[in-house]
Write a protein that binds this ligand. Structure first.
Ligand code: NAP
Length: 513
């Protein structure tokens, strides 16, 4: 089985040694082996600093936007190849659309935002001169310039294409060369995307290392940006590296979270919001087999509606068909691999101690078009915890098709329960009652990076609980990593150095023209 090459210093280079075998999520066959042993990461960093930085510095923001757009269009043209590879990682066509089309769309939005919103220049002047003296001869203003560093992007396994593009886009626009380190289980999908876009970008603007990155952080410092997506445990490890703690490399983390969705007391059976809530919960449980950092893990419903909601959700889960991506009727694929399934089963066992599994069997599932044991298949699992004071549902992330229903009595109690998640990427409130929505959104905002309000009026156009939008910030406080990505041009600004420049207005003008 071939080892997956890395794209370093403008060429595809293969590591040595056995590497880590990566199995097909559906069949268990080895797809590729991943190793970075023997690859010269120091040379890659030097190449990025030398060649990549210089090539990007020659381009203005609109020219970088044009390169980004060209990359997105190249992916668009060959996206079927990414769909095929994604299926081996367990993604149904619908799942692959979220990753591949979502990634392409994000890159195109960024290209468009940059073309319209950034100057035909390589620096951004943020403000008009701010007078600092009475006589008008002394003022200050802020300029944003490109650091003399690189962007190291460490991604999670679940969105190999979107995860890469949503980090690449702002880094490229900011003029920073990228070194991507995809997660091992889906590195072959990310590597193929790089194969497609490499020639559309300036030399050195993108490199990819498949496998571990020992020693890489020793090469990073205050001019560099590290974007991390993955588990809270890895985020904590990387955040404590001297590259961050001593040399102040910029570090942005997107970690896991126990996202919640809330059903309003007005949304009784028969009201559209009741169905919207049940539909959204099942969507979040089953898209990408629940392997989404934004998926609903905690579903809060009014105490008196708990039983009816459980039944409505179970009725919908009964229609889910688990199996090989693309097989007839299949609506949910496997998890990314057997190790991931083991992790999810272990997490479900902990969650079940706080209540019960009311739908699905963690040990068994009926599968269409594949072998249930060789592939990483798992049933959707709905849990119910009648005592929401149990800590498990607020602490244990089962990164799979798993969600826990919990009751709440009143808004104050609800806000207390929401806060026990310790910071989340995304929350939602499903209600048509403006007062209730206001209380929940304002009460829960401090614990969230994004909150979706869903009701009958917005449902038709709503992008849904779990979908980050490039125009809006993605990231959350506390457990969610404390970082922020996307948010339109905010993400580009976050890669640039803001410097306050003071002096006479005349000379200030000559600096920024
Ligand atoms: P993970 O095990 O933390 O791995 C994330 C990335 O970190 C992978 O690329 C991994 O590489 C790399 N990594 C691990 N140890 C490292 C080290 N010592 N130095 C440098 N890189 C290292 O997480 P995962 O299992 O891939 O992803 C699942 C988790 O990510 C879930 O908890 C989920 O909630 C979270 N997530 C969050 C978001 C978000 O936007 N906030 C999005 C998706 C997923 P290897 O694969 O080679 O080990």
């Amino acid at each position: 089985m071939q080892t997956l090459p890395s794209y370093l210093e403008g060429a595809w280079r293969t590591g040595v040694g056995d590497g880590v075998p990566v199995a097909d999520a559906v069949t268990g066959e080895v797809v590729t082996r991943v190793t970075s042993e023997g690859l010269d990461l120091a040379a890659a960093v030097a190449y990025a600093r030398r060649t990549g930085l210089a090539a990007l510095a020659e381009l203005t923001f609109p020219q970088r936007a044009a390169a980004l757009k060209a990359a997105a269009l190249a992916l668009q043209e060959r996206k079927h190849e990414l769909y095929e590879l994604s299926a081996r990682a367990g993604a149904t066509p619908g799942d692959a659309a979220v990753d591949v089309d979502g990634g392409i769309g994000t890159a195109l939005v960024y290209a468009s935002l940059a073309r319209k919103g950034l100057p035909d220049h390589t620096i951004i002047v943020e403000d008009d001169p701010i007078p600092l003296g009475r006589g008008g001869t002394f003022a200050g203003r802020h300029v944003l310039t490109t650091p003399r560093g690189i962007s190291v992007q460490i991604n999670a396994f679940n969105f190999p294409v979107w995860g890469m593009l949503e980090k690449l886009a702002p880094a490229l626009l900011a003029g920073l060369p990228t070194l991507v380190k995809p997660a091992t289980p889906t590195a072959y999908v990310a590597a193929h995307a790089v194969r497609i876009i490499a020639d559309t970008l300036p030399p050195g603007a993108i490199q990819l290392v498949a496998g571990g990155v020992p020693g890489l952080f020793d090469l990073l410092g205050g001019q560099d940006h590290i974007g991390f997506t993955g588990s809270a445990a890895t985020a904590a490890l990387l955040r404590s590296d001297p590259a961050v703690t001593r040399r102040s490399a910029r570090f942005n983390a997107e970690a896991d979270s126990l996202n919640c969705s809330v059903l309003g007391p007005d949304a009784v059976p028969g009201q559209p919001e009741f169905d919207l809530f049940a539909d959204a919960l099942v969507t979040e449980m089953t898209v990408k087999a629940g392997q989404k950092c934004t998926a609903i893990r905690r579903a809060f419903v009014p105490e008196h509606l708990l039983e009816e909601v459980a039944q409505a959700v179970q009725a919908r889960l009964a229609r889910v068909v688990v199996g090989a991506p693309g097989a007839p009727g299949v609506t949910m694929g496997p998890l990314v691999g057997l190790a991931q399934r083991d992790d999810v089963r272990a997490a479900v066992a902990r969650l079940a101690a706080a209540g019960s599994v009311v739908w699905g069997d963690p040990a068994e599932v009926e599968v269409v078009g594949a072998d249930a044991e060789r592939g990483a298949f798992l049933s959707p699992l709905l849990l119910r915890a009648d005592d929401p004071d149990r800590p498990e549902p607020h602490e244990v992330e089962a990164f799979g098709p798993v969600s826990t229903l919990m009751p709440y009595r009143d808004p104050a109690r609800l806000l207390d329960l929401i806060a026990r998640g310790d910071g989340s990427l995304a929350g939602s409130v499903v209600s048509h009652d403006g007062d209730f929505v206001r209380q929940v959104v304002l009460g829960a905002a401090a614990h969230h990076g994004r909150i979706l309000v869903l009701d009958r009026d917005s449902a038709g156009e709503s992008t849904g609980h779990g979908t980050p939008m490039p125009q809006l910030v993605h990231g959350g406080p506390g457990r969610a990593g404390g970082g922020q990505e996307e948010g339109g041009l905010r993400a580009v600004h976050a890669h640039l150095q803001r410097t306050a420049v003071q002096g006479g207005p005349h000379l200030l003008e000559s600096i920024v023209k």
